[in-house]
Design a protein around this ligand. Structure first.
Ligand SMILES: NC(=O)c1ccc[n+]([C@@H]2O[C@H](COP(=O)([O-])OP(=O)(O)OC[C@H]3O[C@@H](n4cnc5c(N)ncnc54)[C@H](O)[C@@H]3O)[C@@H](O)[C@H]2O)c1
Length: 303
């Protein structure tokens, strides 16, 4: 198995799940936002940039794999508006290179990690896979184009459009990292910051559940596009209330103006994945928040 971006938040959980089921796992990562400490000791990390094909080929010379799970990407919506070329290079050229490499390495299956959160635009009703994509950012636009590259490939491919993931190892500086930021504030007894009116809604899916979706996608013969989310939109205010039930009242609340390129409501409908017996969410928000708070040292497991 090859996991691109396997030193990152989601990728490292996928690597752990693959190692746990006994797979030999190769990881490609340039460590730009990932960290080698995230990489399971049983996996082999090769540091390379997916946008650099000769470098990739050198890093993986004569290796063979059955499948590729493609997580590596630049992921910041706001930064993608300032660094359009970088985002195009990594997300589009990078995906093209990884598809080519997958074939060279003898892979038959390709799992593409995409985003529901950034490509549907506003979702007053939770979006299913038939909703036309309307990405408001360069990040979302390139991820949508990368999906089309994957769909055109001759490999059996499945694209998972993820909602906002949260869980252990989530970085605080990554977008969608609001839960990591808040848990960190609670832990250090610092005030949390709420942007805009706090009514912004997101669909929060637990990282362990997403890793499970990838495992099933690898075992199954499903193809095409699947949403992976909970179908539940949670506002920032509701999130604060849910965290308060786990960690007690917030240490303080600051208010700041709404941020640019923010969609008000993001929610993806996971019914197709359930109907096709691919996946359904398992971890509710209260349970996931508790798991994360324990893993981040903000809560004792006994509490
Ligand atoms: N976190 C979320 O809420 C979320 C939601 C939807 C989709 N996704 C998707 O999930 C995937 C993983 O995101 P994440 O949240 O774990 O972020 P992350 O930054 O932790 O992981 C991305 C990994 O890719 C690596 N990387 C970046 N550019 C690279 C390059 N040019 N060559 C090689 N490696 C490179 C980084 O070092 C990092 O380890 C991404 O494809 C992202 O678009 C994430």
């Amino acid at each position: 198995m090859l996991v691109t971006g396997g030193a990152g938040f989601l990728g490292s959980h996928i690597v752990d799940a693959l190692v746990a089921r006994g797979d030999r796992v190769l990881v490609i990562d340039d460590l730009s936002t990932g960290d080698r400490v995230n990489v399971n000791e049983a996996a082999e990390l090769r540091v390379a940039d997916i946008a650099d094909m000769p470098g990739l080929e050198r890093a993986l010379a004569s290796e063979k794999v059955n499948a590729v799970i493609h997580c590596a990407a630049k992921t910041k919506v706001v930064v993608s508006m300032e660094k359009e070329d970088l985002y195009r290079r990594v997300i589009l050229e990078g995906t093209d290179n990884v598809l080519e490499l997958a074939k060279e390495m003898g892979a038959t299956d390709f799992v593409n990690i995409s985003t529901g959160g950034a490509i549907y635009g506003e979702t007053p009703v939770c979006a299913d896979e038939t909703v036309p994509v309307d990405p408001p950012s360069n990040y979302g636009r390139f991820k949508a184009q990368a999906e089309r590259l994957v769909a055109r490939s001759t490999l059996r491919s499945i694209t998972l459009r993820l909602a906002n993931i949260y869980g252990p190892r989530q970085r605080r500086d990554l977008e969608g990292g609001v839960i990591a930021i808040f848990v960190g504030c609670w832990k250090r007894a610092e005030p949390i910051t709420i942007y805009g009116d706090g009514e912004y809604e997101r669909d929060y899916v637990y990282v362990g559940d997403v890793a499970e979706a990838v495992m099933t996608a690898l075992r199954s013969d499903h193809e095409g596009i699947y949403n992976i989310g909970t179908g539940v939109a949670t506002s920032v205010k509701e999130l604060v209330a849910a965290l308060s039930l786990v960690l007690g009242p917030p240490p303080g609340i600051r208010h700041a103006p709404a941020r640019a390129v923010e969609v008000r409501r993001v929610c993806v409908d996971p019914a197709k994945a359930a109907r096709d017996k691919l996946w359904r969410p398992r971890t509710d928000l209260a349970t996931g928040l508790r798991e994360m708070a324990v893993a981040e040292g903000a809560l004792d497991r006994q509490a």
